[in-house]
Design a protein around this ligand. Structure first.
Ligand code: DAH
Length: 414
């Protein structure tokens, strides 16, 4: 598309008075007749008349301002002669001749546009050769464009293309860190059975550890055996079991996904949030591997200056279990920002990032038929909350901003 094509297009909203002026000044009288007869002969005649007037008027164009009026008279979108032809010939044509009339009108359109284009700037119109090269390509462009009913003089419609949500972005970045270590990505269902969400992760029925996670249960499941009852998964850990059921050891996987808990929304809670789970199972996997892997991942994600620290914890599916903290990447671990206390780390210099541990042999028992022999294998697992990580990373203090879909907030990440 050339810019000439853009310039030669008539502006919208043409002025009728200018049109009259032109007619008056140049003594032209062509008006678009209403057609009653749509036979090919009648159409030929009407077209001939139109083109003859066009040529005559083109010959009268002596200046740039003449040309503009001429252009508007013929190709203005609103009420230009072409527009009238479209209304009075094409739209008025009976069904059976629509096709024929349509083709003729298109033909006329490109002829008119070519003539208008070619008659621009008469005083500068040089030798024929130059006039030709100037007009041939652009006028074709104009014809094509007008066929598609596109007014290229209008400002474009800016489509917002959207952007990754900050949580998804943080998740993708974290997943990429593990992919670079050779981990593959697994996913699982958000509607889960009690078996995968709890039982196979070594939460026995009625065990108080189930209360650690406020579960949203699907209604009317009481008639089913407990392990088949449906719930919204409270963590991504069930995908550990699902993956070990279908993939033989050794495995190294990360599992990003949504999880749900019966928590009322507030600045640090949401009934729906995200987790990234990790699992590595092989022979001779040690707690040292766990620490080394996670330490590397945190440095790759937050920057090489962060430190990690582990403290004992409890999860039914890992033994021993730990919580890992990273040195606060906001205050650099000092607990202070200038003279202010550092809020994100509560002045401790440490931020809790994830739960982890060595896979409990009881968990391997549930998948032993797929080659997970707890006497030969060991593994580590971890689970982190990317929502909180994104919150910290982008320096926000209210988790809810992620879920309110306020485009003014989201736009900042585009
Ligand atoms: N599933 C745990 C939770 O939601 C997080 C977790 C802790 C996952 C330790 C693990 C792990 O894989 O080893 O609180």
């Amino acid at each position: 598309m050339s810019f000439r094509a853009v310039r030669s297009r008539a502006p919208r909203g043409e002025s009728v008075s200018r049109n009259l002026l032109f007619q008056h000044k140049h003594n032209v009288t062509y008006t678009v007749p209403k057609l009653k007869d749509f036979s090919p002969e009648a159409l030929d005649k009407a077209a001939e008349k139109l083109l003859a007037s066009l040529e005559k008027e083109a010959a009268e164009v002596k200046s740039e301002s003449d040309w503009k009026v001429f252009r508007d008279r013929w190709i203005a979108r609103k009420n230009g002669i072409l527009a009238q032809v479209n209304d009075q010939w094409l739209k008025a044509a009976p069904k059976e001749s629509k096709r024929d009339v349509g083709q003729r009108v298109n033909d006329l359109k490109s002829k008119v546009e070519q003539t208008v284009e070619a008659s621009q700037n008469p005083d500068k119109r040089g030798p024929a050769g130059r006039a030709k090269t100037r007009s041939a390509a652009p006028s074709r462009a104009v014809a094509e464009v007008s066929d598609a009913c596109l007014d290229i003089t209008l400002p474009g419609v800016r489509r917002s293309i959207g952007a990754e949500h900050p949580i998804i972005r943080a998740m993708n970045e974290m997943v990429a860190v593990f992919r670079n270590l050779g981990y593959s990505v697994q996913e699982g269902p958000e509607i889960e059975t009690d078996y995968y969400n709890f039982e196979a992760l070594n939460f026995p029925p009625n065990h108080p550890a189930r209360d650690m996670q406020d579960t949203l249960f699907i209604a009317n499941q009481e008639s089913k055996p407990l392990r088949e009852r449906l719930l919204l998964r409270t963590h991504t850990s069930p995908v550990q079991i699902r993956t070990m059921e279908k993939m033989k050891p050794p495995i190294r996987i990360v599992i990003p996904g949504k999880v749900h808990r019966n928590d009322p929304p507030d600045a640090s809670h949401s009934p729906m949030f995200h987790q990234i789970e990790g699992l590595a199972v092989d022979t001779n996997i040690t707690f040292g591997d766990l620490k080394g892997t996670l330490d590397h991942a945190m440095k790759a994600f937050f920057g090489s200056s962060v430190k990690t620290s582990f403290r004992p914890s409890f999860f039914p599916f890992t033994e021993p279990s730990a919580e890992m903290m990273v040195s606060c990447f906001i205050c650099g671990g000092s607990g202070r920002r200038g003279s202010e206390p550092c809020r994100p780390c509560k002045q401790t210099g440490w931020i809790e990032i994830l739960g982890c541990g060595m896979v409990d042999p009881n968990v391997f028992e549930f998948v032993k038929n797929n080659g997970y022999d707890s006497r030969k294998l060991s593994g580590f697992a971890f689970g982190m909350g990317p929502d909180r990580i994104a919150l910290l990373k982008y320096g926000l203090d209210d988790l809810q901003v992620f879920f309110q879909n306020d485009v003014r907030f989201l736009r900042q990440f585009a």
